[in-house]
Design a protein around this ligand. Structure first.
Ligand code: ADE
Ligand code: ZN
Length: 337
């Protein structure tokens, strides 16, 4: 079996995917047409050409614009099911999906519309593809903590569909500390927590995510290497990092994939996972990310296996579910590896 096939077929989980970031231009046009939304682009190619980013903020502006076509429950359903179909062809067995309710409620779409569409597709995805899932509700950190608290209150009637809260959007100037109270409240409701930190922001934001938000995982976290005490905390505390290689190149966190620190972090004993972040915008889904990083950093089968294993260990699955997937992974590696 070639390494390419091995990467595609190895059982794995994806833990860092913004569902709105999986909106392909083709589906964007289809939904815009049926909702009678006029896009500032004349064709799919023109949209793709606009996906040239210089940093996180330059991407976020386009990302919030793109999601404006999503208005009906059916739109959120179609978006989520399209992602799951792709994930299935990538050998993904389990997904933990972020959604950004404030990106929708701020423009008058009801919270219930958003979550009902996503939830129904996740259930359908489990029936059709056997892909298990968890849902993570993110707060937009460029908005106020009061807006985050209002969002949490809107979410509570749907508490059973949500596993964790997260924190995303413009990192610089919006430290995790700003959201300590709303995360306390979410955790009091029994929700787990994760946070984007150390993507563009400093290592101190990772400390804050751990100490003030109780983050069980750090999304991105690549700037942890600038603080050796922090690396030790992440390593001994087994705090997973959900790293997104192609995203980091498109948003210029690293100049090239060859200079990405993923392998260095693995070698230091950190629980690193590979993820796609916003695949429709960054030029690749999960397998594309694995493939690109394997080639750029010359990862061998053992490293690929470790990354796949980490993805299940770092997930919010139950112990029993994790054991099931890890056994499936063992069987795969024994026969193909
Ligand atoms: N929202 C969607 N993608 C994001 C990223 N890479 N960082 C922060 N917020 C995001
Ligand atoms: Zn992200």
């Amino acid at each position: 079996m070639t390494l390419t096939t091995y990467i595609r077929e190895i059982p794995k989980a994806e833990l860092h995917i913004h569902i709105e970031g999986s909106l392909e231009p083709e589906l964007m046009f289809e939904i815009a047409e049926r909702n009678r939304v006029v896009l500032p682009f004349s064709c799919v190619d023109e949209v793709r050409k606009a996906y040239n980013f210089t940093d996180l903020q330059s991407f976020l502006t386009i990302y919030y614009q793109g999601m404006m076509v999503l208005q009906k429950e059916r739109d959120f359903f179609d978006l989520t099911l399209a992602y799951l179909k792709k994930a299935h062809t990538d050998g993904v067995r389990h997904v933990e999906i972020f959604f950004d309710p404030q990106g929708h409620t701020e423009r008058g779409i009801a919270f219930e519309t958003v979550i009902s569409g996503i939830h129904a597709a996740l259930q359908g995805g489990e029936q059709r593809f056997g892909i298990t899932s968890r849902l993570i509700m993110c707060f937009l950190r460029h908005l106020s903590p009061e807006s985050a608290m209002t969002t949490l209150n809107c979410a509570l009637p749907f508490r059973k569909w949500i596993t964790a809260v997260g924190l995303d959007s413009s990192e610089k100037g919006n430290p995790p500390a700003k959201f300590a109270t709303v995360f306390d409240r979410a955790r009091a409701e029994g929700l787990l927590s994760v946070a984007h930190a150390g993507e563009e922001g400093p290592p101190d934001y990772i400390w804050q995510a751990l100490d003030l938000l109780g983050a069980a995982r750090i999304d991105h976290g690549v700037r942890c290497v600038e603080d050796s005490r922090l690396v030790e905390r992440l390593r001994t505390g087994h705090v997973p990092l959900t790293v997104c290689p192609l995203s980091n190149i498109k948003l210029r966190v690293f100049p090239t994939l060859g200079e990405h620190n993923l392998k260095h972090m693995l070698d230091m004993g950190l629980c690193v996972t590979v993820n796609s972040d916003d695949p429709a915008y960054f030029g690749g889904y999960l397998v594309d990310n694995f493939q690109a990083v394997q080639e750029a950093l010359n990862l061998d089968r053992n490293a690929i296996r470790t990354l796949a294993e980490n993805s299940f260990r770092a997930s919010f699955l139950t112990k029993k579910e994790k054991r099931g997937y890890l056994e499936e992974l063992d069987r795969f590696c024994l026969s193909k590896g």
